[in-house]
Unconditional design. Sequence first.
Length: 344
Amino acid sequence: MEFSLFLHMERLSPEQSHEQLNKEMIELCKMADQAGMRAIWTGEHHGMEFTIAPNPLMSLVQISQHTKNVKLGTGTVIAPFWHPIKLAGEAASADLMTGGRIELGIARGAYSYEYERLMPGMDAWEAGQRMREIAPLLPKLWDGDCAHEGEYFSFPSTTASPKPVQEGGPPIWIAARDPNSHEFGVQNGFNIQVTPLWQGMEEIETLMGRFNDACDSYDGPRPKIMLLHHTYVGANDEDVAVASRELSRFYCYFGAWFQNKRPVEQGLIAPLSDSEIEANAMMAPANLARDLTVGTADEVIEKIRKYEALGYDEYSFWIDSGMSFDRKRASLARFIDNVMPAFQ
């Protein structure tokens, strides 16, 4: 089992400066690198202070200047917002600038809030089809002299410039949920990222089952699969209870962004009242304490051992949570000091 860190800047109020949030993100990344985590992942989002990440490749190049060994992954770029030639070239350029440390996670995207602003009229199905056309083109563009006539993109013979440092280009990961997405990724020789969100062990098992089914129908080498999950390592039971309430609040806001019904001003969604949060039974703190990777160090170790037994190759510590920087840092430190050694 390998470990990685998944993070963004997240801003809860206008009082927080972006400059300070950026410094705090870098400090967490340095902790992950010094601890020997395999990778750091950061994604792409637009117009949302909830998740600040307009270009993950820029963020990763910055992070590379403050770290030494850790791989740097997009978790994920939103494929339909990119032209394949542009994505191939920018990913290769980032690979050059980071000394061959880039890994490229690709997804169709999830927020209709973003679709209606960057690609008006596009729905999730079309976004998925665009992703399936773009992703297989990237290794061909890195290899060079690739011409394409497709449903969404057509271009004459083109070569990504510059060339990536890594032979064959950065490893590609596909964010997958449904069986067809797993099959698409595996059949193309891509690695797989899965995110069960709040849905617990049953969903974690289901996602692994879909991956295994896709691998069983594929004659090539078995790709890797990464589990991305919200994680909190508490100092004691009381601390874990506080974290469960904070994660409940986070997921209530996540749901509000996903539903795309509340007004947004200056990138901040209209605040949820305490009664609205308490009324969301699905996201109740007790449920999230049960279904996320939350607990004392021993409890988190027990949960991750179950994921390892299922066959997951990498566990990614999702630290976005709406918590204070100090609480994030303390939880990550306990994960590094008390959880990771159990798997070495």
